[in-house]
Design a protein around this ligand. Structure first.
Ligand code: ZN
Length: 287
């Protein structure tokens, strides 16, 4: 995401993430691959078998932990403080929460980080969106709930859980200028709610306002897609739901892109995410 776009709201920020595309080729035909591919793929695109390249090869042997990042205890504290900022900024609702909780906990238990306490939240909004924060907080909008069937909703939840499994936001936070100060303040917090230092509160408020913890790189999106399609399958959802979710989002974009926030137009590569998901489903089915 371009920094100049940081003004738009936090919810919008992550749909971008949700929709933002990957660059790896997989099962798509060579011709369209050439149209879609990033420069790094051009050389390989000349070979006849490029469509069988593994788009997720970087992630297959990954091991995840908090090593080198905030420890889990402080991550949970951070998540609680950030969640409080989210509640100031957005209208949370119980509408559909039972369903999200049921599907979400199922995906969480099947994830590669099953022991964290996950909290699912619904935001009242006509924007179709989902995002997550450190410490196990996952958010989806009422508009998304209306659009998605259970398998499709599970694909979004499993994708967001994937960001939490891979500690993407913690990695982003580590790169921020305020990291040392935030880490120190979190370490000094004795309770988890209510005693946050004033400076820390201001810093975290700004972080939520900018939405930057919910904005991810393309590689991180690819990794969350990978963890998501695997996780939802382990949780016994139909992974085709991830593909039909992408297709629905694409149709909405064609009809009224405003419903997807401003970022979707910056990331037109949803076709590649569909192709990558198809690749992974085929790969799981073979075994
Ligand atoms: Zn994402």
């Amino acid at each position: 995401m371009k920094r100049k776009n940081l003004r738009f709201n936090f919810v919008a920020a992550t749909l971008a993430a949700l929709l933002c595309a990957t660059t790896a080729p997989s099962l798509i035909p060579i011709q369209s691959h050439l149209l879609l591919s990033a420069p790094e793929n051009h050389a390989r695109a000349t070979t006849a078998f490029v469509q069988y390249d593994d788009p997720y090869s970087d992630f297959r042997n990954a091991r995840y932990s908090n090593a080198g990042l905030l420890n889990e205890r402080n991550e949970v504290k951070l998540g609680l403080q950030l969640h409080r900022e989210v509640t100031k900024k957005f209208r949370l609702t119980d509408v559909g929460l039972d369903r999200v909780e049921r599907l979400g906990q199922r995906c969480a238990r099947a994830s590669l980080r099953p022991n964290l306490l996950y909290k699912f939240h619904v935001i009242q909004s006509r924007e179709i969106n989902g995002f997550s924060l450190p410490g196990g907080h996952v958010y989806v909008t009422t508009a998304l709930l209306r659009l998605a069937n259970d398998d499709e909703l599970a694909s979004v939840l499993a994708h967001e859980i994937g960001h939490i499994v891979a500690r993407h936001s913690l990695k982003t936070l580590k790169q921020s200028q305020e990291y040392d100060e935030i880490a120190k303040s979190l370490g000094e917090l004795t309770g988890v709610v209510g005693d946050v230092g004033r400076d820390l509160g201001v810093a975290l408020g700004q972080i939520v306002g900018q939405g930057f913890l919910a904005v991810h790189t393309r590689d991180e999106e690819r990794e969350a897609d990978f963890l998501g399609v695997r996780g939802m399958t382990r949780a016994r959802f139909d992974p085709q739901g991830m593909i039909t979710m992408f297709q629905k989002l694409q149709r909405v974009e064609e009809q009224d892109a405003n419903l997807l926030g401003t970022l979707f137009s910056d990331h037109p590569d949803v076709q590649e995410r569909i192709a990558n998901t198809r690749y992974e489903i085929a790969r799981m089915t073979r075994r």
